[in-house]
Design a protein around this ligand. Structure first.
Ligand code: FES
Length: 294
């Protein structure tokens, strides 16, 4: 096993980190408990997670600052200093979105995310010191600090990439569901009780059926956010109509189109078409248009 993987495994298994992670996650939950805040930081309005979008700015600014430091000569010193400042300023919203995502993780993922966040915080601090040094005319110290900061940013980015690509954090959990385009019988109508979610399967894909006011709704039963079972969720009424709340982190999906009323989900839940044939419920993903985030 290679060294980075062994290191990540160590972090993942370091349970002592939970003593800091648990209260910190609780504090982030308190700050993000309002729907508008959670939706904004999750990227629910974008239909895409916000954190990876926002990280491009500080990483890009700091990388370009170092490129100017090493290849631009003294005539680009002002530009490099401004880029360092831009990176520090733009790190704040990226960190806020990342903290919101992180607060909904558990176990090893949360420990790795904690180290990712601490490294990014340290990188931002070092870059801020670089900016101060540059403002005081200590350009060599500024360049050295930027280099250290960029190395920390790269290490943090490695951990962030590992969380997404190796551990599947933040990945749409329904992305690999096969498209069931044939009408498939999944239940008899009399099996459904008003507002009580029923888990069924269409060609081995889990689907949740919900009967509300005589209308049968169908969504994929696996929450797109982190795989929660939507059939264990609660049906509530919002202004936009009946919604299903995920029991794991409270993502709230409209039954009519799978759109998001509340994050942390950033992508709409797949909606299935429903047809009733002689008292039998049939579902299909054939012609359902993509739902909007809001
Ligand atoms: S699994 Fe997180 S909101 Fe559903």
């Amino acid at each position: 096993m290679d060294v980075p993987q062994r290191l990540i495994d160590r972090i993942s298994e370091f349970e002592e980190a939970d003593r800091a992670a648990a209260p910190l996650a609780g504090a982030v939950h308190r700050v993000t408990r309002r729907d508008a805040v959670k939706n904004a930081l999750s990227g629910s309005a974008l239909g895409h997670q916000l954190h990876p979008v926002l990280t491009d700015l500080p990483i890009g600014a700091w990388t370009m600052a170092s490129a100017l430091d090493y290849f631009g000569g003294t005539r680009h010193a002002d530009g490099a200093r401004r880029l360092v400042a831009l990176g520090v300023l733009s790190a704040a919203p990226a960190a806020a979105a990342g903290a919101s995502d992180w607060s909904d993780s558990y176990g090893g993922d949360r420990r790795i995310g904690l180290v990712h966040g601490v490294m990014n915080l340290a990188a931002t601090g070092v870059h801020a010191c670089s900016w101060v040094a540059r403002m005081r005319g200590r350009s060599k110290a500024g360049v050295a600090l930027s280099t250290i900061g960029l190395a920390l940013t790269a290490g943090a980015g490695y951990l962030g990439g590992h969380l997404s690509f190796a551990r599947g954090v933040g990945v749409n959990r329904t992305a690999f569901e096969p498209a069931v385009t044939e009408w498939t019988r999944v239940a008899a109508l009399h099996e459904l009780e008003e507002r009580k979610p029923l888990r069924v399967e269409a060609a081995a894909v889990p689907v949740v059926l919900v009967l509300v006011d005589g209308r049968v709704h169908a969504l994929s039963a696996t929450c797109i956010h982190a795989g929660g079972r939507l059939d264990d969720g609660m049906v509530i009424d919002e202004d936009s109509g009946p919604c299903l709340v995920c029991p794991l982190h409270g993502s709230t999906f409209r039954l009519a189109d799978g759109g998001i009323e509340r994050g942390p989900a950033a992508v709409p839940e797949p909606r299935w078409q429903v047809r009733i044939d002689s008292g039998e419920i049939c579902v299909s993903r054939r012609t359902v248009p993509a739902a909007r985030g809001f």
